[in-house]
Design a protein. Structure first.
Ligand code: HEM
Length: 238
């Protein structure tokens, strides 16, 4: 149990705090009853991507249609949105590139992921009937989100640049950019709604992984059994 620190004293750390401290540098390690799932750098990168995603989204929507005109007041008016949106989009794309490099090696699709992504595999997963004890640190759906986010960001960036500096481009490409930008952000937004649902309400304990950095052993054994076995050395299958 941790004790409160007196002024000038270093706070004594209990097991829970020890996991947080360990999570500043390391991940995939067991600390007491918890497992560090995302070290601090992974979490900072994730939240930078999420922050600039929403700034770009909320500053872009009032430019897209007057239906969302009221959102412009969040940033000080439509004229602010007109410069904030492309710049926040650039920062969002840069943060996504950093996230892509950071997680790329862990997000390669395996045969297990492909099976997981079939309709039968997904139904079994949603019913917790998955016999699949081979799901590692990320399941097929999470890897798919990662690749789809990278692709959608590239589409948004390229089409956004054409709309921002239209002069050198032909009329056809300009028109196409509007369509690509709109389709990409609508699909991206829908995907992120699903992602937020799965990361919070649908799977209790998951949000902790990306805020505090840790999950319980039970969570890991239920959702990512192969990763659980690798990290804990516990060879029992689910
Ligand atoms: C409020 C918004 C968000 C919440 C609550 C949220 C939540 C989470 C959580 C809990 C995880 C860790 C999942 C795990 O360890 O199993 C995660 C991972 C991830 N997030 Fe987010 N996220 C948000 C926004 C975003 C945005 C805007 C993007 C991309 C544009 C994004 C991309 C990712 C990716 C690629 C991963 C790794 C793969 C995965 O676990 O799905 N997230 N997020």
């Amino acid at each position: 149990m941790s004790e409160a620190a007196l002024p000038g004293q270093t706070k004594k750390t209990g097991v829970g705090d020890a996991a947080v401290v360990r999570g500043r540098q390391d991940e995939d390690v067991v600390v007491g009853g918890e497992i560090v799932r995302h070290r601090l750098s992974s979490r900072v990168i994730h939240w930078a991507v999420a922050l600039f995603f929403f700034v770009a989204l909320f500053s872009g929507l009032p430019i897209w249609t007057p239906l969302f005109g009221w959102m412009a007041t969040l940033f000080g008016g439509l004229s602010v949105c007109r410069w904030l949106h492309p710049w926040s989009g650039i920062v969002f794309a840069a943060a996504t590139l950093v996230m892509f490099i950071h997680w790329f090696a862990e997000m390669k699709l395996t045969d297990t992921d492909r099976e997981f992504l079939t309709p039968g595999g997904l139904v079994r997963y949603m019913r917790y009937q998955g016999e699949d004890s081979e799901v590692g640190k990320y399941n097929g759906g999470q890897k798919l989100l990662f690749w789809a986010a990278a692709l959608a960001t590239l589409g948004l960036l390229l089409s956004g640049i054409v709309m921002w500096f239209p002069e050198p481009f032909g009329n056809g490409l300009r028109q196409l950019s509007y369509v690509v930008h709109d389709i990409a952000f609508i699909l991206f937004f829908a995907m992120i709604i699903g992602h937020i649902y799965l990361g919070t309400a649908a799977e209790p304990g998951t949000f902790n992984a990306i805020v505090r950095g840790t999950v319980t052993k039970e969570w890991a054994r239920l959702h990512h059994p192969k990763w659980y076995r690798q990290v804990t050395g516990d060879a029992r299958k689910r």
